[in-house]
Design a binder for this molecule. Structure first.
Ligand code: NI
Length: 193
């Protein structure tokens, strides 16, 4: 399986909105497989199309990285199937339909920002509608790490990055390394031209 190159902060694709996916074919399934493979190789729990240099509305998620029962609550299409039946997930054309009122901070990382982490405040519960790789629509209600990860990935599909969601104080603590990363990325891009 091919490991795809993960785009880094400073590349314009990361601020682009993804185009809706209309073709549910083998190409899409292969892309999802390659994205999952790339995500696992990088020890990530989520990856969006922009992070493999494609402005498409699809992301992959697998938050079952711990042994034992899942640490989050969920309801998929009104039912509670075992989480490993629908995880790893590919979310095609996902839209968050509602957010819970409660918010909390959590230290996030992002494969497009290697070794950079920072607190992001987000709602703890969401309802997300998406299509699977066959184009079938689903509704997922969830909280915990699953809700956190899906919000982070859907932000990518809208060209929004986790640093855009950090408060000034948090951003202040990582500003220098973020600037350094951008500089490195731009240097690399110009040397490859
Ligand atoms: Ni990310």
């Amino acid at each position: 399986m091919q490991t795809l190159r993960i785009t880094h902060y400073g590349e314009p694709i990361l601020t682009q909105k993804g185009e809706a996916i209309e073709q549910f074919d083998d190409n899409l399934r292969n892309l999802a497989d390659q994205m999952l493979h790339t995500m696992y190789e990088a020890n990530g729990i989520g990856l969006a199309a922009q992070q493999i240099d494609q402005a498409k509305r699809m992301c992959v998620v697998d938050v079952l990285f711990e042994d034992g029962p899942p640490s989050f609550n969920y309801k998929l299409d009104g039912r509670v199937p075992p989480a490993d039946l629908f995880m790893p997930m590919a979310l095609v054309n996902p839209e968050i339909k509602s957010f819970g009122e409660k918010t909390e901070p959590y230290e996030e990382g992002c494969l497009s920002f290697p070794d950079i982490r920072g607190d992001v405040i987000r709602p703890t519960e969401i309802v997300v509608e998406y299509q699977d790789l066959d184009g079938a629509p689903h509704s997922l209600e969830c909280d915990g790490i699953l809700a956190r990860c899906i919000q982070h990935e859907i932000d990518h599909l809208d060209g929004v990055l986790f640093i855009d969601r950090m408060d000034h104080k948090t951003l202040g603590t990582i500003k220098t390394v973020v600037k350094k990363l951008k500089k490195q990325t731009l240097k690399k891009m110009s040397s490859e031209k």
